[in-house]
Design a protein around this ligand. Structure first.
Ligand code: CUA
Length: 159
């Protein structure tokens, strides 16, 4: 009888293992990301040019940037901030670029609970379509030193 239970356990284990792969296709939980190599200073220049082009305001010294719908939007992570602040329109899609210019950081969008590792040297691109207005917080969920807990960013989603 024991061998029966062992067989059940093994089969269940195998089932769960293969289901991880199935889940990738049917679960809609995986972000479809494109990733490109990028030099940190080149990425920083790109983000700065983007921010300058679409800046509409400022909050505590950080530019607030309102890009047109469909646009590529660039955010950079560095010790210890997410820069700049976006103002996006609800229901519109954007190509969100994320890269670090120094260390490894964790992009965690709250309360939507979207999580992405952010690394220097890699430009991660994900298509986002905000479906609810409000102010979203970005917290860093990868320990990055003394200012880690203060590494906060913001995205405003407006009509
Ligand atoms: Cu950036 Cu922790």
């Amino acid at each position: 009888i024991e061998i029966g239970w062992i067989a059940v356990t093994v089969l269940w284990g195998l089932f769960m293992f293969f289901f991880m792969i199935a889940w990738h296709f049917i679960g809609q939980q995986n972000l479809s990301t494109e990733t490109y190599r990028v030099q940190p200073h080149a990425y920083q220049a790109r983000v700065e040019a983007f921010a300058e082009r679409f800046q509409v305001g400022e909050e505590n010294g950080t530019p607030v940037v309102r890009p047109p719908a469909g646009e590529d939007v660039y955010m950079l992570a560095r010790l210890w901030e997410w820069w700049p602040i976006f103002e996006l329109q609800v229901g519109q899609s954007y190509r969100l670029h994320l890269a670090s210019v120094d260390w490894q950081h964790g992009f965690s969008l709250q309360p939507a609970n979207l999580n992405v590792q952010v690394l220097p040297g890699y430009d991660m691109v994900l298509t986002v379509t905000p479906n609810k207005t409000g102010t979203y917080s970005i917290v860093c969920n990868e320990y990055c030193g003394i200012g880690h807990h203060m590494m906060l960013g913001k995205i405003h989603v407006v009509e």
